[in-house]
Design a binder for this molecule. Sequence first.
Ligand SMILES: Cc1ncc(C[n+]2csc(CCOP(=O)(O)OP(=O)(O)O)c2C)c(N)n1
Ligand SMILES: [Mg+2]
Length: 370
Amino acid sequence: MPAATSAAAAPADAHLLPSAEPIRFLDDDGGPAPGDAHGRYERPSTELLRRAYDAMVLGRRFDAQATALTKQGRLAVYPSSRGQEAGEIGAVLALRETDWLFPTYRDTMALIGRGIDPVEALTLLRGSWHCGYDPMATRTAPQCTPLATHAPHAVGVAYAARRRGEDTVALVIVGDGGTSEGDFHEALNFAAVFHAPVVFLVQNNGYAISVPLSRQTAAPSLAHKGVGYGVRSERVDGNDPLAMLAVLTEAVESARAGGGPVLVEAHTYRVEPHTNADDDSRYRDHDEVEAWKRRDPIARLEAHLRSRDELTDDDVAAAREAGEAFASRVRERLSEEATGDPADLFAHVYAEPTPQLREQAGWLAEELAR
Ligand SMILES: Cc1ncc(C[n+]2csc(CCOP(=O)(O)OP(=O)(O)O)c2C)c(N)n1
Ligand SMILES: [Mg+2]
């Protein structure tokens, strides 16, 4: 047999390829999962898992409160990340305070996990023209609504920090739909060529509004999109908090140590509609949603910690109480009408307003005067 074909040499892309199956530590019920996660990644410390548990419980309660506030007319819109807590909180806990987070509109829970004031975090969703919090002070970019346009920014920040000799890492969150955008691909390419310390977290929640993943891509996985650019990529059970923390922590520290960019695809599910303005019964079955609810990330982490006597009834009650207190404070603070001048819509678009904007501002003023 010729040497070239007999050699069991690894293919040239072997170090970049994601695992065949998403990395998981836990089965759907929180018991130990069979597989190779333990060989490739270390179980996060109990201390980190306890912090994650508390933050996920609080994050979910906040998320439910924000959805309720849309129904009361206190928020214009809210995209829920219920069911995606392992990614939202995993991302935040993998980062240092000095690292940068680049979130999407869906990642308000990650903002809360970063300690950003909830009322500041919800400012944009009340109809204000600005994001409410200070991106420089919090090292958190404004939540990005145009899909993936923040990915090149994240790469730029990471690359600039490295050139300045800082050890800052940037983590950017993108949805499955966002991976079809040109900006995502340009960001991956630039990051790989210039070895930028950036982590791309793809929250694959199955849908881009009504478009299912099968209509979004023909790629074998979204992680494979990184491989084409030379970005090391991994797939993770996005509803397994142990796996998300383990993989994201490894990715961030590898990027910090000079290992270049990493793409992490989280297989998760959006259990709520796209936003409060969406009717999801028009494009998906109730059974599908219910099946995913049985793989709940908080329930799985809770079962895991309880099985090791690392979480007691009192701990669970304390986490829930903290969530209730947080939600009721948010409710109180948002009980007032948002005040804002509608003319502000036009005030901060350009330094010098265009004739078109001036005309539109005039129409609005006439309308309001009537
Ligand atoms: C460039 C751009 N095109 C279209 C839209 C309209 N849009 C808003 S959310 C969305 C779906 C995004 O899906 P995905 O990236 O999977 O994120 P998810 O909402 O599931 O978290 C679309 C198409 C947009 N915001 N930006
Ligand atoms: Mg999606």
